[in-house]
Ligand binder design. Structure first.
Ligand code: COA
Length: 132
């Protein structure tokens, strides 16, 4: 599985906090899946967790070269954490369709955050059936 694309994003955590204060549940539901919301709620630093997920979604859009547009929904990109805490990406909807078209078989993601910033880096690996 070769690397076919990379995306990175930096998010200002206070900006995410402002969006939540200004738009409340509407913003949170539009951008984050129920599993992402539950993960953030289960943690004290929930704004950091959400900002990390926001950065991860933007990093994934960057590696696909599309940016946020058209039929893409933020919730098409879901970030969950495995038992060890490592983040994992699941795609659906329009984003999954674009990823399939690009021959992306797997996306590896890494997230880091402080009270001020969240950064995510995403690497797309080729679908082994198409890119041997
Ligand atoms: C996993 C680890 C590297 C995270 O680093 P950190 O500096 O604590 O925190 P960061 O903000 O940089 O990163 C947090 C993100 O790391 C990711 N992460 C967590 N566990 C991970 C793992 N096992 N593998 C890969 N990524 C992981 C998550 O995405 C997490 O963000 P999220 O919960 O919002 O999804 C760290 O907790 C760790 O295990 N360090 C090893 C040493 C150690 O155990 N130290 C603690 C006692 S001194």
């Amino acid at each position: 599985m070769g690397i076919i694309a990379h995306g990175i994003d930096l998010v200002d955590c206070p900006r995410i906090e402002q969006m939540i204060e200004r738009h409340g549940e509407r913003f949170v539901r539009r951008v984050f899946t129920p599993a992402e919301q539950a993960y953030a709620e289960a943690n004290k630093n929930d704004v950091e967790k959400l900002a990390g997920r926001f950065a991860a979604k933007e990093a994934v859009l960057k590696l696909m070269g599309t940016g946020w547009r058209g039929k893409i929904a933020w919730t098409d990109i879901e970030i969950t954490n495995n038992a060890a805490g490592q983040p994992e990406v699941t795609l659906s909807g329009e984003v999954k369709r674009i990823a399939d078209e690009l021959g992306i078989g797997h996306i590896s993601i890494s997230i880091t955050h402080t009270a001020n910033f969240a950064i995510a880096s995403a690497v797309a690996l080729a679908d082994s059936n198409e890119h041997k």
